[in-house]
Each structure stands twice: as structure tokens, then as C-alpha cells.
Design a protein around this ligand. Structure first.
Ligand code: XIL
Length: 312
């Protein structure tokens, strides 16, 4: 088979993976470079990674990934600028006035987006802003600035890099439900107000047997608002141990997810959240679950890999 990226290129789609910079050598580096046309830093661009103490920046891993991607002819998806998680403690433990918070947000975005200006295809500007019922999540940002923090962040990102596509990214928004409808209403309102928004990211941290039946319909309703849609963090986890039957079902489900994106022209593509089970966040976060990615721990392609091939 040709590599996934050749199949995706032929369809004008992204097939991406999240990566860890320190692992980009050997077999891991070879597969990351050969099979994917887009990379997302799994952690390297998060605020806590890039500015662990105030004013002291560490761009080493982020730079390494961007350099690797450019050398491999790959896009980069920046992840992520404004989130409630993985922030530096100086930021979360501080007490800030709304004016100070706004300044911090704007400076962070100007610095980070500015550093990679012209080199990144897209940014996940705001990550996980919603609760499951479609209301706004109470975060440092929301509590200080109200929902306007989202417009402020998007506006700052556009100013810092006019060529990057700007996204809002969330999980459990893959099907039509209360949370995705909250996101839909936000995007509609941002568009109406002229706030820069180019796309929505559907993370797609899915559970075996629970791919939403309304996935394609949901992608289509966002596309009809006039924004792009990207599947940004696909994995499909299962209870361990993995069996042949579960892995076969996972293959069918990977195929269905990628097919739903391929079917909608404004769906730009699919990024998996780690391409190998040896580099997946699932076992650490959901004890007893795993085997969520297209390659096993020894870099052997699984039925999930074949499912992606079939869909592309
Ligand atoms: C995860 C990383 O993969 C882990 O290494 C880290 O410990 C926690 O964060 N949604 C997101 C990603 O937007 O940033 C998260 O990444 C997974 C869930």
C-alpha cells in the first residue's frame, strides 16, 4: 500500500498525528514522517510547556516538531492557546483583574502565534470551552472575562498570524447533541459578529461501539455555517485486553469516522491522537482501557490502519 499521506493528498485531505518531539527518531520518526501529512504537538505548545515560569520560554520541543514537519513536507496544527488545563502554576495560582487577564491572554497569543507566523496551517485557539449541556465551562478565562474571552483570543490570533486557520476545538461534540449545539450556536454568533473563526475541531476521543451515528450530519451542519471542520484527536479506546474481534471492530469504526470526513468537502481531514499504542494518553487517563490508535506498541499496523486506507 502507498503511505496514508499519499492517499490523503490525492483527496486533498489531511491525515495527521499528534507527536512527542523527543521520540521523532528511529521507527517512530520514520512512520510519523512517512505516513502523515500533518503533525500536531501533543503537549509541546501548551502554555505550561512553553512558559513554565513567567517570562521564561521553552520552545525547544515545539521548534523541533515544526522543523521536523517542514523537513518532511508536512503541515503543522498548533495546539493549543487557551485552555483550562496544562497551564503554568504561576498563571492558575495568580489573582488577576479582568484587565490583567485580558493582557495575559493577548500577550501569550501574540508571542506564541507570532513565533510561528506563516509556518502553521491552523491553530486550536480555544480548547474545550463547553460543558456537556452546552453551557460555557467555568474556567480562569470565563470567570474573569465572560464568554468574550473566546472572541478576544480569536482576534489576537488573527492579528498575530493572518495565514493560520483559527479553530475552536472540543470533545463530545462529534454527534448532534447539546454540547455540539452549544458550539454550533457560538460559531454562528461569532460569524454574525465578524469575529475571525475558520473552523471547528471535533476531537473524537471515541469509545469502541460508540461512534455517533450523526457524525456526518454534524460535520455537515458546521460546514453549512461556512466554517471548516477537522477531526483533530481521533482515537477509539477499548477495554483491555484487546481481542482480534475488538480490533476488527475498531478497524470498521476508524473507517467510518474517516469516511464521514471524506464525504464532506469542508471537512479538512483527520488527525489521530498518537499513531501508536506506545504513545497514547489513553492507558494513563482511562485505567484498564487502551489499544486506541492505528499501530500497536511494536509499530505493527492494526485493522484501524487498514480502515483508514479503505476510507481514503
Ligand atoms: C493530552 C496528552 O496527550 C497527554 O500527554 C497529557 O498528559 C494530557 O493531555 N484533549 C486535548 C489534548 O485537547 O491536549 C489532550 O492531550 C487530550 C484530550
Amino acid at each position: 500500500d502507498p503511505p496514508l499521506r499519499d492517499l490523503a493528498d490525492a483527496k486533498g485531505k489531511v491525515i495527521g498525528t499528534a507527536v512527542t518531539g523527543s521520540k521523532l527518531t528511529g521507527t517512530y520518526g520514520r512512520i510519523a514522517g512517512a505516513e502523515f501529512n500533518s503533525l500536531t504537538p501533543g503537549n509541546a505548545m501548551k502554555w505550561g510547556s512553553v512558559e513554565p515560569t513567567r517570562g521564561n520560554f521553552n520552545w525547544t520541543e515545539a521548534d523541533q516538531i515544526v522543523d521536523f514537519a517542514e523537513a518532511s513536507g508536512q503541515q503543522v496544527r498548533g495546539h493549543t492557546l487557551v485552555w483550562h488545563s496544562q497551564n503554568p502554576s504561576w498563571l492558575t495560582n495568580g489573582t488577576w483583574t479582568p484587565t490583567q487577564l485580558s493582557q495575559l491572554l493577548n500577550d501569550h497569543i501574540a508571542t506564541e502565534v507570532g513565533r510561528y507566523k506563516g509556518r502553521l496551517a491552523a491553530w486550536d485557539v480555544v480548547n474545550e470551552p463547553f460543558n456537556e449541556d452546552g453551557t460555557y465551562r467555568q474556567t480562569l478565562w470565563y470567570n474573569g472575562l465572560g464568554a468574550d474571552y473566546i472572541a478576544q483570543a480569536l482576534t489576537a490570533a488573527r492579528a498575530a498570524d493572518p495565514s493560520a486557520k483559527l479553530y475552536i476545538n472540543d470533545y463530545n461534540v462529534e454527534g448532534v447533541n447539546a454540547k455540539s449545539t452549544g458550539l454550533y450556536n457560538l460559531v454562528k454568533s461569532l460569524k454574525e459578529r465578524g469575529v475571525p473563526i475558520d473552523g471547528v475541531g471535533l476531537q473524537a476521543h471515541l469509545i469502541l461501539g460508540q461512534v455517533p451515528s450523526t457524525l456526518q450530519q454534524n460535520i455537515q451542519r458546521f460546514a453549512d455555517l461556512g466554517v471548516d471542520v477537522a477531526i483533530t484527536e481521533l482515537d477509539i479506546r477499548m477495554q483491555l485486553p484487546a481481542t482480534e474481534a475488538k480490533l476488527a471492530q475498531q478497524g470498521t469504526e476508524y473507517e467510518a469516522v474517516v469516511k464521514a470526513c471524506v464525504a464532506v468537502s469542508r471537512c479538512t481531514g483527520v488527525t489521530v491522537w498518537g499513531f501508536t499504542d506506545s504513545d497514547s494518553w489513553i492507558p494513563d487517563t482511562f485505567p484498564g482501557e487502551g489499544a486506541a490508535t492505528p499501530y500497536d506498541e511494536n509499530y505493527a499496523p492494526k485493522p484501524a490502519y487498514s480502515g483508514i486506507v479503505t476510507a481514503l
